[in-house]
Design a protein around this ligand. Sequence first.
Ligand code: E4P
Length: 217
Amino acid sequence: MKFFVDTADVAAISELNDLGMVDGVTTNPSLILKSGRDILEVTKEICGIVSGPVSAEVVAIKADEMIAEGRKLAKIAPNIAVKVPLTWDGLKACKVLTGEGNMVNVTLCFSANQALLAAKAGATFISPFIGRLDDINLDGMELIADIRTIYDNYNFTTQILAASIRTVNHVTEAARIGADVMTAPPEVIRKLAMHPLTDKGLELFLADWAKTGQKII
Ligand code: E4P
């Protein structure tokens, strides 16, 4: 499973990237707002750190304007994936932008039918939002499983990018189902390393080690 980090925080991206934990980055208008940075500047900086796909989202509503924004974003760096919303106009923009050789991430996907349309429009990535479905008492993981089945039935090559990941269990479940990629905030990725028995075990080992009076270095 590829790990994308869902943030425009350059310091956090850099730290995780140095550890080999970053296969790509996803941003959105809310994350750009949170960063307090200019979208073109911060996206360029991120593309200089990470060699994998970096999603940058259009904000237009009409297809032709999305295409114009997408072309401008794609010029930032060769590893830009233009992010378009899963609307009819977004699908039109996806078709044109992928036809021009760009990676396209179709975002705000909440149903299997939407995912089917994105694959037919040639999307590189489809982003089903797990957490936001869970927020309204629907099963986000069931959507990932449905999309996996449908894409496999017809050999669609669009990659399933499990998004809106809020918990470490979301990561495990998405991996078990076979999502190609997951994107999560840096704090969720860091939490994947945590286990209380690891902490307890380490504490015991260190206490016993102190009793030996030895040193390794
Ligand atoms: C994905 O590309 C989105 O940026 C993100 O995962 C949305 O997550 P949220 O629902 O926690 O805002």
